[in-house]
Design a protein around this ligand. Sequence first.
Ligand SMILES: *Cc1c(COP(=O)(O)O)cnc(C)c1O
Length: 483
Amino acid sequence: MNKNKSFGDMHAEEFRKYGYELIDWVANYLENVASFPVLPNIKPGDVKAHLPLSAPRIGESIDTMIADVDKIIMPGTTHWQHPNFMAYFNSTASGPGILAELLSAAFNVNAMVWKSAPASTELEETVLNWFRELMNLPKEFRGIIYDTASVSSMHAIASARESVEYDIRKKGMSGAPKLKLYCSEHAHSSIEKGSLTLGIGLDGIRKIPVDLEFRMIPSELENAIKEDRANGFLPFCVVATIGTTSTTSVDPVDRIAAICENEKIWLHVDGAHAGVTAMLPEMNNHFKGLERADSFVVNPHKWLFVPVDLSILFTRKPEVLKQAFSLVAEYLKTAEDSVVENYMDYGIQLGRRFRSLKLWFVLRYFGVEGLQARLREHIRLGQLFAKWIEEHAQFELLAPTPFSTICFRAKPDGWNENKLNELNEKLLNEINSTGKLFITHTKLNDKFTLRLCISGIRTEEEHVKLAWEVIQNIFRKLIDSYS
Ligand SMILES: *Cc1c(COP(=O)(O)O)cnc(C)c1O
């Protein structure tokens, strides 16, 4: 039984006891995470089947809850923290990030206005200024933390919409000009979702074709804008991506920025995953023109070891973002309003968690050089894996590898495209069912493409070697079964 009385919180002594116990649990988990199957061997419903249908009438002990974490939650968990989790854009949480999460839950401040959370507000401002410097963005850029890149981009598109010469804030969308947003065929679906949310509609989105390396073609963008203007649309926003979700291709931001400047269109740059590599001088060629963007999103929760969720939106026009969202109820007015930032003014949410704390911990614990070294190692490993694929007679790369995400497939001689798609899909499923490795897929020019991403903080060369061995072994087994 717990010591829970009929009012008040858990007793300090009890909190201390289980706090120590849980920290040990977490330390053991992270120490041994490589020993679990990356993907659990379960079917839909398996977890629910172990859970009661109603909440307990009488309080239970933390002991029984921890036991259930082991018995029910662990077997139903996909281990994102596993060094061979190489699916999607992996995000891993580091020790300092996890400890900071504990602290922010303990403070539990709600950073609506400066007064409700001065330290949270001012730490966010300061840490995002550090981060702006790391991203080589000019001083006029201001940052704000949201939960995800989807929400960051939605706010960027809302700012773009606020910039058009029609009072959408007051009149709404029903009588507004027919707005048009542009992004490449490879832009993330969050751009469409954000546009849907803002009433742009799917017809208001135009997807610009890409070149052979999956990068937006600037001349196609230019033509599309001209054509749409002639047809009575109002082009208002272009979204370029640095590190697209399928292949991590990089749109030519400098050329796109020039078009946006000429046409007076808001340029938003999506660098949710690869944006963090702006802190590596040798990667600067991918970020040419970023300083000319109106807004830029980057997710420290993806490739910078900060626990989910933490996304940053930088904008050079914070006043436009504020104009789009600021609406101050009487009870939220404070004496400091003219001299401080009240983050509630910059988005749809009023309440906000103390997220900057975990970014602060991660930046300070590893230091800029420590983070750079980790990103560089991932990129080195990505290039190494790409080289293995290139050198293997029966595998091929299906896209360039600018960072550490590799698009490839098995390609035995003489197989037609249909058979290759079938083979590679089988290969994917069998690889993942080993539990040793988790990768995902994409489709490139109708080719079923395997996609391996190296961005986890625990991933080292031995894990990449293991992944390659698993892939080759299963490939050989499959080929034998065909012949
Ligand atoms: C992952 C990703 C997103 C979405 O990120 P969330 O934080 O999950 O919303 C958007 N754009 C790109 C390029 C991404 O890689």
